[in-house]
Design a protein around this ligand. Structure first.
Ligand code: ADP
Length: 242
C-alpha cells in the first residue's frame, strides 16, 4: 500500500509536470520569436548604418539565429510530445521520426560524451504510424540507454532499421551494463524500475504503443555488453505508378 501510494504521488507529479511542460513550451515560443525578429532588425540596421561593421557582427547574428532556431525546434518537439493529439496513422519517413526523437531524447548527448549512430534502411523507410507515438517510444528507449550508460567510458548508442517482410524492424542498442535477469523477466511490466525515482512505466507504454500498431517489441542483451531493444512497425505499401 505504502509503495503504491508513493508511486501514485510520483505519477501525479509527473503528469502535472507534463502539463507544465506544455505551458512552458507555449510561453517560450513568443520570446524566441522576438529574439529572432530583433536579430533580423539589427542585421538591417547595421547594413544601412555601419556597413563596415556588419560582416563581423553578421557572424554573431548568424550564431544567434542558429541558436534560436534550434531552441524553437526543441520547444516545438516538446509541445507535440506532451500535448494530447488524436491518434493519426499516416505514411511517415522512419528516418525523419528517428531524427526528431534523437533531437529530444539525446539533447544532452554531446555534454555526456555519447556517440550516436543512425543507420536507417532506405527500403524500410516508409511506415504507417502515428509519428508522435513512435517518437515517444524511441525517446523512451534512448533515455533508458542514456541512463544505462551513466559513467561508461565509451558511451555509444546505435539506432538501426532493416526490412523484415511487411515490417520495418528498428533496433536501439547501447553499451551500458545490460539487462539483469530480474529486468529481463519483468521488462514490460508497469512500475518495475531499478532506478532511484524511476517510474517503471516507460517500457510498458512502449509496448502498448507498438502493439496498438500491430507490431512487437522485445529486449535482449548484447555481446560483450549492453542492451538492445527491437520493435517492428508496419511498412506503408506505396502504390506503384509504373
Ligand atoms: P524506468 O526507466 O522508469 O525504470 P522503464 O519501464 O523504462 O522504466 O524501464 C524499466 C527497467 O528496465 C529499468 O528500471 C531498467 O532496470 C531496465 N532497463 C530498461 N532499459 C534498459 C537499458 N537500455 N539497459 C539496462 N537496463 C534497462
Amino acid at each position: 500500500m505504502e509503495r503504491t501510494r508513493a508511486e501514485l504521488i510520483h505519477a501525479s507529479r509527473l503528469s502535472a509536470m507534463g502539463a507544465l511542460t506544455s505551458t512552458i513550451a507555449h510561453e517560450l515560443t513568443q520570446p524566441l520569436a522576438a529574439v529572432a525578429n530583433f536579430a533580423r532588425g539589427l542585421r538591417r540596421l547595421l547594413a544601412s548604418h555601419s556597413p563596415a561593421l556588419s560582416p563581423v557582427v553578421g557572424y554573431t547574428l548568424d550564431d544567434i539565429d542558429a541558436g534560436v532556431m534550434r531552441a524553437a525546434d526543441i520547444v516545438r518537439h516538446m509541445r507535440s510530445l506532451v500535448e494530447k493529439s488524436p491518434i493519426r496513422r499516416q505514411v511517415h519517413s522512419l528516418a525523419d521520426i528517428v531524427d526528431d526523437a534523437v533531437a529530444i531524447g539525446l539533447i544532452d548527448a554531446a555534454s555526456r560524451g555519447i556517440e550516436c549512430r543512425v543507420d536507417i534502411a532506405e527500403e524500410a523507410d516508409a511506415v504507417l504510424v502515428d509519428e508522435i507515438q513512435i517518437q515517444q517510444v524511441i525517446v523512451n528507449l534512448l533515455r533508458n540507454a542514456v541512463d544505462a550508460m551513466d559513467g561508461s567510458a565509451h558511451p555509444q548508442i546505435v539506432i538501426r532499421s532493416r526490412l523484415q517482410g511487411d515490417w520495418a524492424e528498428v533496433q536501439v542498442s547501447d553499451k551500458g551494463g545490460g539487462l539483469s535477469k530480474e529486468s529481463l523477466a519483468n521488462l514490460f511490466k508497469p512500475f518495475d524500475s531499478t532506478k532511484q525515482g524511476g517510474m517503471g512505466v516507460g517500457l510498458s507504454i512502449c509496448r502498448t504503443i507498438i502493439e496498438a500498431h500491430g507490431g512487437k517489441i522485445w529486449g535482449e542483451n548484447r555481446s560483450p555488453s549492453g542492451a538492445c531493444f527491437k520493435f517492428t512497425l508496419p511498412r506503408a505499401s506505396i502504390p506503384s505508378y509504373s
